[in-house]
Design a binder for this molecule. Structure first.
Ligand code: DAH
Length: 361
């Protein structure tokens, strides 16, 4: 190929490169010039058939052609890529005033029972109570006998207990009917002074609009050498004010009977119904929310504590009940029906963690 032909090939290729209007067209030009069967590649292959004395000069010329074309291709490619990006960006628009799409965190809901349990533990933790736990499947001893309800005690009948089949030694495990057995576990494990609450599931064979076979309680227990009934009243009043987020709460302590406390009381809370809304601390309606009392000397003896030295109080509070009252949920059965629409309506955002400082609800 003559020098003139080489020159015009170069002009032609550079022209084609300059004219390529997008990256695809540029790629076609590159293949036609430098591809396996491209014009420049063919010139390189022709090198072999030249007489040796011409090869060097020819090789240099073709190589420099190849370099110039390669550089021109790269420069144009960059330029086209830049315009392609700029064009794409000019067509894409983000409306930053649109609401942020809801992610899975915004979709999920915390069940009111979990939320209210967290509220309760937050309040008692701030008063210096520790959290204790016990299993749902309990021994007859922890659930009844140690709590001053020996076999044949009539109070056992009130509990509609779910029993397991008897074991080889004749003992029968059961689903705990209250959280009170955690008192026994706590006292057997830790020497007084003791200050615990124990939230959890409890089971009774009972079902109607206000009863479900599984529900939730929180147990409280304080044991030391000088705790008295006044402390119990103060703790429960402070708890109710904090939980219902009101300055004054109307409470009624009614004499009652539980085998594991002496004296025993039931506590009602005063409320007014205002259409669908419930106002706590006003009005003249009463709802029972808990049982409580001073721990019975027999219970202390049953866990090896000397009742002449140690004393304390205990209480058992229905979590589902006070959740219904605080958040105005009318039917207990809906709590456990697993209906997502209900959960969406009454549930709590996952990051709404109750704290006393930021407000419980
Ligand atoms: N365990 C009782 C129940 O489920 C509630 C209760 C009453 C618990 C008095 C107590 C208490 O700790 O002192 O009905």
């Amino acid at each position: 190929m003559s020098a003139l032909e080489l020159y015009s090939l170069k002009t032609e290729l550079l022209h084609a490169i300059a004219e390529a209007s997008d990256l695809d067209k540029l790629e076609e030009v590159r293949i036609a010039a430098l591809g396996k069967k491209g014009r420049i590649s063919e010139l390189m292959q022709a090198l072999g058939s030249l007489p040796p004395d011409e090869r060097k000069a020819y090789g240099q010329v073709v190589n420099s052609l190849k370099t110039s074309v390669g550089e021109a291709l790269e420069a144009r490619r960059r330029e086209l890529a830049r315009t392609a990006t700029a064009e794409k960006l000019s067509q894409e628009r983000a409306d930053v005033t649109l609401p942020v799409p809801e992610g899975p965190l915004a979709e999920g809901r915390i069940h009111p029972v979990s939320q209210v349990t967290d509220e309760i533990t937050e309040i008692f933790a701030a008063m210096g109570f520790a959290i204790a736990e016990g299993p749902d499947i309990e021994t007859d001893f922890n659930n009844f006998t140690a709590l001053n309800m020996p076999p044949e005690h009539p109070a056992r009948q009130d509990h509609d207990t779910f029993y397991f089949a008897p074991a080889a030694d004749g003992t029968r495990a059961l689903l705990r009917t209250h959280t009170s057995p955690v008192q026994i576990r706590a006292m057997l494990k830790t020497k007084p002074p003791l200050r615990i609450i124990a939230p959890g599931r409890v089971y009774r064979c009972d079902s109607d609009q206000t009863h479900t076979p599984m529900f939730h309680q929180v147990e409280g227990l304080v044991i030391d050498e000088e705790t008295h009934l006044g402390h119990l009243k103060w703790v429960l009043e402070e708890f109710c004010k904090a939980f219902f987020e009101i300055q004054e709460v109307k409470m009624r302590f009614r004499a009652s009977h539980f085998p594991f406390t002496e004296p025993s009381m039931e506590v009602d809370i005063g409320y007014a119904r205002d259409g669908d809304a419930i106002r706590i601390g006003e009005g003249d309606q009463w709802l029972e929310i808990l049982g409580c009392g001073m721990v019975h000397p027999n219970v202390l003896k049953n866990v090896g504590l000397d009742p002449d030295r140690y004393q304390g109080f205990a209480f058992g509070l229905g979590i589902d009940r006070i959740a219904m009252l605080k958040y105005g949920m009318p039917d207990l059965r809906a709590f456990f029906a697993g209906d997502l629409r209900w959960l969406k309506h009454y549930g709590f955002p996952p990051l709404a963690i109750p704290t006393l400082a930021a407000g419980l609800s």
